[in-house]
Every structure is written in C-alpha cells, then in structure tokens.
Design a protein around this ligand. Structure first.
Ligand code: RIB
Length: 314
C-alpha cells in the first residue's frame, strides 16, 4: 500500500504551548528548586497525536480551538507546516490558547504537568459533526481534552459514516466511563487503567488489565506500560509488545507518539497488533529528545528501528 492509499484520520484534542523547565528533582509542595534549562515547545495531547499521525504518513485533520493570541498563531503555523488540515481548528475571540507548565527531571526524563485548556473547552458538538462530515475519516482519534458533549458527537457521527473511534482516555480517565460501551478502541497507560479498574496495574498483570477493560465495552483495548511496552486485547486475543530500550531524556509526548503512530497504522489497513508494534517504537523514540513536537518520530524512523529489532532477533 502506498502513502496515497492511507485513509484520513481526524484527531480531536488540545493544542497547547508547553513551558518546560528541566530540574534535577521536581519540587515538593512549598519548595522552590533551581532549574538548569527552560524552553517553549508546541504540545497538547491532541496536537501531539495529530503530528504523530501525520509524520506516520496518514492524511491528518485536526479538530481543536486556539485563542486569538501569539501562542495560537504559532501553534497553527506548526500544524500547517506538518501538512495537517487545520480547517476545523477554530480561533476563539476571547478564550486564550491552551498552555501546559511542565517540569522534567533530568535523571529520568519523567515529567509533571499542569495544564490550562483555555479555548480547547469551547469546541462544540456541531463543530465535531461538521469536521466528520467534511473529512470523512476512516479513523477518529480523540483524547478527553474536549468537553464530553463534543466527544459524544464525535463518536456518534463517526459511527454514522462507518468510521472507527479510538479514545485515548487522557488526561483524566474517569471521563471515559460513559463512552466505554461505544468505543472501537481504548488506549490507556498504566495509571489510567488503574483509575478505570480500581486495581493496581503493572507490566506483570497488563494482559489481565486489558481483558478487564475490554469487558467494559471497547472491542479493543491497549494498555501502554512505559519502558515495558504495551499489551493489546483484541477480540479475546492478547499480545504483548516490549519496547526497545533507549535512554530517556524527556518522556513528554511519548504516549501521544504511540497513539498517533497506532492510529496511522489502522488508517493504513493494519490490525491493532501491527499498530501497537509501531506505537511502542514511536513512544520509545519520542523519549530520546526534549519537547513534544520535536521528539515525535517519522514513519521512516519507526520502520528503520523495527527492521533493526527484527535483525537483532534473527
Ligand atoms: O501528553 C503530553 C502533553 O500533555 C503535553 O504536550 C502538554 O501540553 C500536556 O497537555
């Protein structure tokens, strides 16, 4: 299949500007720590996933909202430069563009994020319906960043045209509960899976967690497990995908890189297992660079790493 045969993906969610401080150790409550570096990057789970999908070769459109401000103009230019269709990204007159304050620990690359959605919360159900009608996506990928009515409209209108809905139950997974019976695919990390199941989720019990989540409604469940990779439960079959080992510099956007590469492979006609195989590689590669947008890998990088992993195993 050539790139031209990849069907369109519509991605819904936040388009943020990330203000990132690198520190030796994240501050505790009431504590001030001195950082070593500061940078501003494009971010937002929705936009990160749209860029990951586009860099994985799928024709990608974004449903989102930005403020009428400098951050908004810069982020729209970023998406345009990736070849993403921004015709369904609204410019709100009064609400500001979304911003995330991120602290990254130097030793581990782990982050802590506070996020203020701003204009993202203004995306209305009618805009979602209009975007689906206009784009006719084969796959709709949404986070929980839009308001619930908008997510509900996305699911309903996507199914009405025979498309597939992938929900990444992030940032606050409890918001996924009403949608679980209507999902084609649910993607969660360990922490999100724990919150939905009410039990501890580890790499050791990831398969059971995925099967338990599938019982709540989604046809396919993906649980990502950080450096341990991911597990997929699809129609009663489970498979695990270990992640390639890399040195993590910054984990911001790694989960989004997984989900975007995953969605692109579905749009290419792949099944959830082949999609997850590419997702774990994309997620690992994303941790090796700082910032969200700059770290998201391209299709060729993912395929090259997959090929080198198979050579090692041969
Ligand atoms: O998933 C990472 C993203 O979450 C960051 O880019 C930040 O914007 C936050 O919303």
């Amino acid at each position: 299949m050539t790139t031209n045969d990849v069907r369109p993906v519509l991605v819904a969610g936040a388009i943020n500007t990330d203000l990132v401080a690198r520190v030796a150790k994240a501050p505790a409550a009431g504590e001030t720590v001195t950082g070593s570096a500061f940078a501003i990057f494009g971010g937002g789970k929705g936009a990160n996933q749209a860029i990951a999908t586009a860099r994985s070769g799928a024709p990608t459109a974004m449903l989102g909202a930005l403020g009428d401000d400098d951050f908004g103009r810069a982020r729209r230019a970023d998406l345009d430069a990736e070849g993403i269709d921004t015709g369904s990204v609204a410019r709100h007159e009064t609400e500001p563009s979304g911003v995330a304050l991120i602290v990254v620990e130097e030793g581990t690359g782990q982050n802590r994020i506070s996020y203020v959605p701003g204009a993202t919360l203004t995306i209305r159900p009618a805009q979602a319906r209009h975007a689906v009608k206009r784009i006719q996506p084969a796959v709709v990928l949404t986070t929980l960043e839009p308001v619930p009515e908008t997510i509900a409209a996305l699911i309903e209108s996507t199914h009405a045209i025979g498309g597939m809905v992938v929900l990444n139950a992030s940032p606050e997974p409890h918001g996924a509960r009403p949608f679980l019976p209507d999902l084609d695919i649910l993607v969660v990390n360990e922490t999100e899976a724990e919150e939905l199941l009410g039990t501890e989720v580890t790499p050791e019990n990831g398969r059971e967690a995925a099967l338990s989540l599938a019982k709540l409604g989604p046809r396919t469940v993906v649980v990502t497990l950080g450096p341990a990779g991911a597990v997929v439960a699809h129609e009663a079959e489970t498979q695990s995908f270990p992640a390639p080992q890399v040195t993590a510099v910054d984990t911001t956007g790694a989960g989004d890189s997984f989900t975007g590469a995953f969605a692109a492979e579905l749009a290419r006609g792949g099944d959830p297992f082949s999609a997850a195989r590419r997702g774990v590689v994309a997620g690992s590669l994303a941790t090796t660079k700082s910032g969200a947008y700059p770290s998201i890998p391209h299709h060729a990088d993912i395929e090259a790493m997959l090929a080198s992993l198979s050579d090692e195993q041969a």
